[in-house]
Design a protein around this ligand. Structure first.
Ligand code: UT7
Length: 332
């Protein structure tokens, strides 16, 4: 799916994130599985990640992120009428994490649902919320993206264990008087689904399900390097922009090598590319909002900045969103 915004200006007016307190370093991982700091840094760029405590579930890290986003936007929880939570690690299948969050945050008027699109979930959820707002169905949306992948990893499998971390982010979407989303490109290829999958997690019977993430790293790497470039080029062309127009590039934080490859192939210079995979690892649906927050802290999200976000992940799925950043542009 690809499309340009239809003239209705919808922008991000609030942003918040939260990560668990516990920092897990590569050296600590090397005491759990046969790996090393040197291997992990060289192959992935990751130095440390955050890991949720035993009693911490998705909503425990998503709730503070959501509260921070609401405060940042200056929006009361009761004024949110749509909450979409992108995650592959909900507290449980139902009640959905979005329904739990809406209740805990005090959003009685909100439609709330979870969205499953692997690490691309946050970009998919932005597109969904944009559509609801642009059509007039929703007036003010909260989009949450977060995962606690540490709970579904096989802690004996070095090929996946070293890559992922836990974290969440949230954004408020509202009509704005300038800037806003320009368009979205989203895709999925279930044919490649078994290169990154979680058998035994649903209604399909498997003889020996263990409900842990399984991955063919090399195949996902090939997919990622191809699709990150393809998706970004598609959305830029659709919106009549070029890569030179991009001020801030926010790629999914899966692996520094994938990010470097995609940025280089696209022609985005390092100073425009946001990288924090070294501190958080791959936080799945939390990755793009966490990178947005870092970009803002570094002063990169100035009013009017053209921000390109591209995600990819399990499904296989991918997606890009192009937005002209708005500060203080809310339409009352
Ligand atoms: O949102 C999407 C999520 N998934 C991804 O982003 C994954 C994409 N794939 C990757 O990032 C890379 O494929 C990895 C980082 C997972 C692996 O890097 P690679 O350069 O593709 O390594 P490889 O799988 O080709 O393995 C090279 C060697 C192998 O040993 P041999 O066969 O050469 O003796 C592996 O057994 O590295 C070994 N290896 C490790 N060694 C130390 C695999 N994992 C580890 C490890 N520590 N954690």
């Amino acid at each position: 799916m690809i499309g340009r915004a239809n003239g209705v200006r919808i922008g991000i007016t609030g942003l918040g994130t939260h990560v668990p307190e516990r920092v897990l370093t590569n050296d600590e991982l090397a005491r759990i599985v046969d790996t090393s700091d040197e291997w992990i840094v060289e192959r992935t760029g990751i130095r440390e990640r955050r890991i949720a405590a035993k009693e911490e579930a998705l909503t425990d890290i998503a709730r503070p992120a959501a509260k921070a986003a609401l405060a940042d936007a200056g929006v009361e929880p009761g004024d949110i009428d749509l909450l979409i939570c992108a995650t592959v690690t909900p507290d449980m299948m139902f009640p959905t994490s979005s329904a739990l969050l809406a209740d805990e945050l005090g959003m009685p008027k909100a439609a709330a649902y979870d969205l499953l699109a692997g690490c691309t979930g946050f970009v998919y959820a932005l597109a969904q919320a944009y559509g609801m707002l642009a059509s007039g169905l929703s007036r003010r949306a909260l989009v949450v993206g977060g995962d606690v992948l540490s709970k579904i990893l096989d802690w004996d499998d070095r090929s996946t264990l070293v890559l992922f971390g836990d974290g969440a982010g949230a954004v408020v979407l509202e009509p704005v008087d300038h800037g806003g989303f320009l368009g979205f490109e989203l895709g999925a290829d279930g044919g490649g689904g078994e290169t990154l999958w979680l058998p035994g997690s649903g209604s399909r019977h498997f003889d020996d399900p263990d409900a842990f993430v399984k991955m063919n790293g090399r195949e996902v790497f090939k997919f990622a390097t191809r699709i990150m470039v393809y998706s970004a080029e598609q959305i830029l062309a659709e919106c009549g922009r070029t890569v030179d127009d991009v001020d801030v590039y926010i790629p999914h934080q899966a692996n520094k090598r994938i990010i470097d490859y995609a940025a280089d192939k696209l022609g985005v210079p390092p100073e425009k590319t946001v990288v924090n995979v070294d501190r958080y690892g791959n936080t799945s649906s939390g990755s793009i909002p966490l990178a947005l927050t870092d970009a803002r802290a570094e002063g990169r999200l100035r009013d009017g900045a053209l921000v390109l976000m591209t995600g990819m992940g399990a499904g296989l799925t991918w997606g890009s969103a192009l937005v002209e950043w708005t500060t203080n542009g809310r339409r009352s």
